[in-house]
Write a protein that binds this ligand. Sequence first.
Ligand code: HEM
Ligand SMILES: *[C@@H]1O[C@H](CO)[C@@H](O)[C@H](O)[C@H]1NC(C)=O
Ligand SMILES: *[C@@H]1O[C@H](CO)[C@@H](O)[C@H](O)[C@H]1NC(C)=O
Ligand SMILES: *[C@@H]1O[C@H](CO)[C@@H](O)[C@H](O)[C@H]1NC(C)=O
Ligand SMILES: CC(=O)N[C@H]1CO[C@H](CO)[C@@H](O)[C@@H]1O
Length: 283
Amino acid sequence: MSLTDNLTTILVLLWDLSLGFANLVLPFYKTGALVAAQHGGHWPEFMPPQDGDSRSGCPALNAMANHGILPRDGKNISFRELSRKVHETYNFAPSFCFFVPNFAAGFLHKSYRRDTFDLADLNLRSEKAIEHDASLLREDEHIEPDASKISQPLCRRLLASASGKDSKGQPMLTLEDVAAALSLRRHEALTFDPHFSLAKPHAFFSSANASTLLLIYGGNVAHLESHLIEERIPNGWVPAPRERFGLTITKFNRTANRITKAIDVDVAADKFTAETAKKCAPL
Ligand code: HEM
Ligand SMILES: *[C@@H]1O[C@H](CO)[C@@H](O)[C@H](O)[C@H]1NC(C)=O
Ligand SMILES: *[C@@H]1O[C@H](CO)[C@@H](O)[C@H](O)[C@H]1NC(C)=O
Ligand SMILES: *[C@@H]1O[C@H](CO)[C@@H](O)[C@H](O)[C@H]1NC(C)=O
Ligand SMILES: CC(=O)N[C@H]1CO[C@H](CO)[C@@H](O)[C@@H]1O
């Protein structure tokens, strides 16, 4: 199944293109975070998850629950609520914010319009779903079956590999760093995980997810540490996209494709270069 063999998908992509066009002609927001703006510039209070709360492999959604933007227990979330709130929090375009939850409703065999889900439902492992191996921030299933468990060593290694500096001279993750880290993860999985699999759509999602580190989080290492390791939105942080209708799928896809091109491990042929290994310290 290709991502574009579907009428819904085609309509969403047309919608996305028109949002992208509107973004070009409309003035930018001063801040892309509507939630922070609504709360006088502050994010709602952070509370770490309690026993029994539902969490996913997605740091962005978990953080929303930790701040009470989504229900704090991570349960009984309607897909439509998810779409609206992801837009308000991270300023992804409404087209993306519909497409992904609608896709999730599809693989969970639920109705996008009527049904609800728990965050942990997203951890479903199947060819049709989205959870996969060789994630940047989670151990593979054979090491840690619970995909909501953050791997501190993996997160710290990724952040330690940052080779860029932002405009204030702060350490910043670059596209090359992200591609190198993904290469290393795939190489490790190929070497150490007898059950490793990364189907084509998963390889695409993996690059797509990784590009949010740059395009939404902004690449700043101190901010990422809070977002990824504590799943906490840092004080004063606002998402990087300031376009009126947010980050479109089309724009996002360009960066995801650049990352995919820069990943120098061919999963089929296991072509891993020493050059990549040097860029990331061993665990
Ligand atoms: C719109 C609804 C969204 C859904 C349903 C969703 C779902 C997921 C899932 C299931 C994973 C785990 C994939 C894996 O196995 O590694 C994941 C990972 C991730 N997501 Fe999301 N996500 C959404 C929105 C976002 C947003 C808005 C951001 C950024 C602000 C984001 C950033 C990430 C990152 C950085 C990862 C980690 C990738 C890795 O460990 O390699 N996601 N997402
Ligand atoms: C889930 O939320 C809906 C409202 O969105 C509510 O009517 C329903 O009772 C809730 N179900 C549970 C199990 O809490
Ligand atoms: C295909 O369309 C249905 C709605 O008709 C949607 O639920 C499903 O997620 C779509 N598939 C993809 C890959 O977008
Ligand atoms: C995203 O990029 C892929 C190539 O990896 C392409 O097949 C797909 O059509 C693109 N989608 C959009 C919305 O640009
Ligand atoms: C923001 C983003 O691209 N999230 C994606 C993370 O990966 C899952 C699949 O693993 C996708 O469904 C999300 O859209």
